[in-house]
Design a protein. Structure first.
Lengths: 66, 252
């Protein structure tokens, strides 16, 4: 299935979870937050939350700013 | 003398809050933060870049500086609320510097979107520090909405123009029952000292330090300026007079 991760299209196996999507970008679990279709998915739910076709996944972290 | 700054029930002995934008490297930033003596420092939230090396979070953690995520780059209340929630999740803090800008040319804060977002974030349990124009009425309304501080600008972000309307800053200070943090526009040490002399509780700055020729030295200057301005405010300045008043007896 096709999902968008940080603006880039990715092909993931059906039933892939948020945790799998995060692992494409980073092995870190701390200091990172995820939104799927503009809803926050808390870290504790990454392993149990399955993605669906065309989901928009945003993986954010803190950078220099302000 | 015990003169702690208290925001949202937390105590800080430094009244200089730092931003992290604009530093040429994490090493330069690290040295500047240490020199500034800051205990609270802002970061922005952005898409994770797998190729990035080192993290501003590591610097803050190593130095024991409390992280204050901002919502920089947001143009609507909805974006700001989502960004604040992501920051809470990533950084495990419910503090947020709420920043909702109106356009990229002026980077001026949008008062309506900011107020809307502030109400929603307060209801969601956040400790909200909103960045606003130098508007005493909006400052009061945000305090009534439950914000933990107000952060009026001295001048547009990164402009280094100093405090364009000291009278409004004084009015904000006069009415406020929460800390007033002068945010944005500081160009050099005298601007920071003036903010404190006007009665602000703290100063937030970034560019003035990170883009100075010698960031570490400017950070040190800002630290001294904030402390000096605070002391002068507490000490009470003499009234301004039209004519001289002799400080020594005029006749023998």
């Amino acid at each position: 299935m096709k999902v968008t991760i940080n603006g880039t299209a990715h092909e993931l196996p059906d039933g892939a979870t948020v945790a799998q999507a995060v692992r494409i970008l980073t092995a870190n679990r701390s200091g990172v937050a995820v939104a799927v279709n503009d809803e926050v998915v808390s870290r504790g739910a990454w392993d149990s939350t399955a993605l669906a076709e065309d989901d928009r996944v945003e993986v954010l972290t803190a950078v220099q700013g302000g | 003398m015990n003169d702690d700054l208290i925001i949202g029930g937390e105590k800080f002995s430094s009244r200089l809050i730092m931003g992290t934008g604009g530093a040429p490297s994490l090493e330069v930033l690290d040295a500047a933060l240490v020199a500034s003596g800051t205990e609270l420092t802002t970061v922005a939230m952005r898409r994770l870049d797998p190729s990035a090396h080192g993290s501003v979070l590591d610097v803050l953690r190593r130095r024991g500086i409390k992280v204050l995520p901002n919502t920089a780059g947001c143009f609507t209340a909805g974006e700001a609320v989502l960004t604040a929630r992501l920051a809470r999740e990533a950084l495990e803090t419910d503090w947020v510097k709420l920043e909702v800008i109106a356009d990229e040319r002026t980077l001026l804060p949008d008062p309506l979107e900011t107020f809307d977002a502030a109400e929603r974030l307060v209801a969601d349990g956040f400790t909200v520090l909103p960045y606003i124009g130098d508007d005493p009425v909006l400052a009061r309304r945000l305090e009534q909405a439950g914000c933990a501080a107000v952060m009026p600008l001295g001048a547009p972000i990164g402009s280094g123009l100093g405090i364009r309307n000291p009278h409004n800053i004084e009015l904000i200070v006069e009415f406020a029952n929460v800390p007033v943090i002068l945010d944005a526009g500081i160009g050099t040490a005298s601007d920071a000292a003036l903010a404190m002399e006007l009665g602000c509780d703290a100063v937030l700055l970034a560019t003035a330090v990170t883009r100075a020729r010698q960031p570490e030295l400017m950070a040190q200057a800002m630290r001294s300026a904030v402390a000096a301005g605070r002391a002068a405010h507490l000490a009470g300045r003499i009234p301004r007079r039209r004519y001289a008043e002799a400080s020594s007896p005029l006749h023998r």
